[in-house]
Write a protein that binds this ligand. Sequence first.
Ligand code: 5GP
Length: 398
Amino acid sequence: MNKGIQIAQGKTKVLYEQPGQPDVLVVAQTDAISAGDGAKRDVIPGKGRLAAQTTARVFRLLNLCGLPSHYLSGGEDDDNNEMLVRRCNMIPLEVVVRGVAAGSLVRRNPGLQKGALLVPRMVEFFLKDDANHDPLIDPESIVAKGIASPAEIGAMSEMARITFDILSHAWRKKDTLLVDLKIEFGRLTGGENQGMLVIADVIDNDSWRIWPQAREDLMLDKQLYRNLDAASPEELERIKGAYENVADLVGSFPQMRPGMVAVICDGPEYVDSSNRLVQSLQMFGLPTVRHVASSIKTPGYVLQLVQQLDATFARLLFVSVGEPNSALRDMLDNATTNPVFHYSGTPEQVAMRCAKTLAMEDTVLFGRTLLMQTNSRSAIMQADAGVNAAVPPNSTLA
Ligand code: 5GP
């Protein structure tokens, strides 16, 4: 990759400018592995490439779900340990989400059993300060030190939780428990959305704890390295094997298994309503096929369509659009083994039902559904804050 001057060096990565693009940086992940705030260090040849692959694949998944991150491109090719990112002012915090008790949480709370499920998930902030071993910091101190505003702390907690839920869904598909996760945030320095909070830094096999089959002894993450006093070449090779395994598994996360929603209108008079439904389905990125086939006037055509669609699409849902008591829904229900919904309520509700059903097998759709729900919740909270806002002094009540 064409690189400009080096602007920063971390324990496991180097940042360069990108000539001619002041708002873009190159992040190169290195072969270093370290623990104990750098007290233990080793080199695993090829780790930088695996880390870049893992990071790029995770960020691509988050971007597909609609979460804002600094990731632009690169990092996924086999011989490439570099990716392009949007330049950020980093917020000096590590944001940790925990779904299961482990690590420093258990050390700080001896009464808490390792492996205990944490409901709701826990979000903790640690100040990035190697000399003081990245101490835990509470939201009041973050604000008092001018590190982030209360609104930013709220946004970071929400985005961190959603990131955890998305990655947890993806890992679950591999029969693996995501125990905890560390992410970092930055504010975009320029370009469109300057100042916007985005997920930044890297998310790789050093950033989480993952337990296949929920068994700690099968762990695949950096804890393998932390647990060693001194790493022999054989042990480093074993750790590299785990990192390779993880990069491969993460490679299959973002692959959308495109579902198809077949919208069947019970006559031409329902085409207008189906237009609104198709628009709502498109908000989730769900593809659709549409047909008009009347259960009363062309029942044979309805059955023929079902057979054709069932034979064509691997992951198919039907939505019948018509009168609540029309025979179309029952016809479809009896003719196909795929799920059938009837269009009732708002188009957004029906689209959400379809998205949730297909999200069971598709982490991108799962993430989009989660974000859609979060956004509609925050619209309600904002409206609530709006109606209770103080009346400006000069305004008159109508
Ligand atoms: P703990 O606080 O239990 O040690 O760590 C919680 C989570 O954050 C774990 O998934 C751990 O891997 C991650 N984590 C904690 N500190 C760091 C760090 O300095 N770098 C990275 N990459 N991950 C960290």
